[in-house]
Design a protein around this ligand. Structure first.
Ligand code: ATP
Length: 310
């Protein structure tokens, strides 16, 4: 029987007395990029540290390719690569020395270790930096070296904790592309508290809030769920709020200034299209229309309520 790549069963963890995560259940059976989204302190790092065997859970079980991480940590860990939030880089080693060291830690020796190092350096675009000390690398290249060590033993599952944190915009794009490439051959779970990061990279999304899994589905399902619900509009020759409220799909209108309004609606594109058409027809002279995306806090609130109802 084919085992799931990752199975998390009723996972809970308490640091001293407070629960950091409660009853988390996750099953991943396919390759691809899974986003673990949650605000600061939601429980992402706790979950990932347990999955990687870096922290012993209080309750529940974690299986990697069917292997229980608590009972058979060595075997389970051979299927996982991990890049923690603060990459464990030995700054006085060169890129190739560091990767050779991590290959040996993973039990790869001799010629095979050198071959693995060459392969991951090529894959992660650090060949031209191989003799440079890690401390002399930019943040983006350090992160590439960190990702390279996470795949040196060709694991089925790679876990990346906030992999683009602290990088500049160019480095962020480069690291994202690298993550997409390494996900061609395996399952990648990456954590972030930035929704747009997860939306850009991931096909599936797992959301944790206050230690609980509040959403687990495809990115398409998530995007439908969090369709924009409000827009800001401004006119030179504004109609009354009642006129805007009468547009089909509009739930409520808030008058912000004599010329501007926040319109709460059902998320349908038809609403903005109707308002634009009416503005032209009735000469309201629209000067602004901005669709407002839900903030991550609002989404968390909705989802936390949603999970309690279900
Ligand atoms: N070593 C620890 N001792 C006590 N409490 C901890 C410890 N590590 C985390 N916590 C607490 O557990 C909860 C979950 O923290 P965790 O670091 O897992 O969240 P996170 O989602 O990864 O947040 P961040 O994005 O800020 O890293 C928080 O309330 C945090 O304060």
């Amino acid at each position: 029987m084919q085992h799931p790549i990752l199975k998390i069963e009723n996972l809970s963890h308490a640091y001293s007395t407070a629960w950091a995560i409660r009853d988390i259940n996750i099953e991943i059976t396919k390759k691809g990029i899974y986003g673990l989204l949650g605000s600061n302190g939601a429980g992402k790092s706790t979950t990932m540290n347990i999955v990687c065997g870096a922290l012993n859970q209080t309750k529940g079980e974690v299986y990697i390719q069917g292997v229980n991480i608590r009972k058979n940590p060595m075997e389970a860990k051979s299927h996982i690569g991990f890049l923690p939030q603060y990459a464990p880089l030995y700054l006085d080693l060169t890129v190739s020395e560091y990767l050779l060291y991590t290959a040996r830690l993973r039990g790869i020796d001799g010629k095979a270790a050198h071959e693995s190092v060459d392969e991951v350096m090529e894959k992660c675009g650090v060949v031209h930096m191989k003799d440079r000390l890690l401390k002399n690398l930019s943040g983006g290249y350090r992160q590439r070296a960190g990702i390279a060590q996470s795949i040196i033993h060709k694991p089925a599952l790679v876990i990346l904790d906030e992999p683009t944190n602290g990088l500049d915009p160019v480095q962020i794009v480069e690291v994202r592309n690298l993550i997409k490439e390494i996900a061609d051959e395996r399952t990648v779970i990456l954590s972030s508290h930035i929704l747009s990061e997860i939306q850009l990279l991931c096909q599936e999304i797992l959301m944790i809030e206050q230690g609980k899994l509040v959403f687990s589905d495809t990115m398409d399902a998530f995007n439908n769920y969090v369709a924009p619900q409000s827009m800001l509009v401004e006119f030179e020759n504004a109609p009354s709020a009642d006129v805007l409220a009468a547009v089909k799909g509009v739930n409520r209108v808030e008058k912000l200034t004599p010329r501007s309004f926040r319109i709460f609606y059902d998320g349908s594109k038809l609403v903005s299209e109707t308002i634009i058409t009416e503005s032209v027809r009735k000469e309201w002279r629209m000067t602004q229309l901005a669709i407002e995306k839900n903030s991550i806090d609002e989404i968390f609130k909705q989802l936390t309520g949603h999970s309690e109802k279900n």
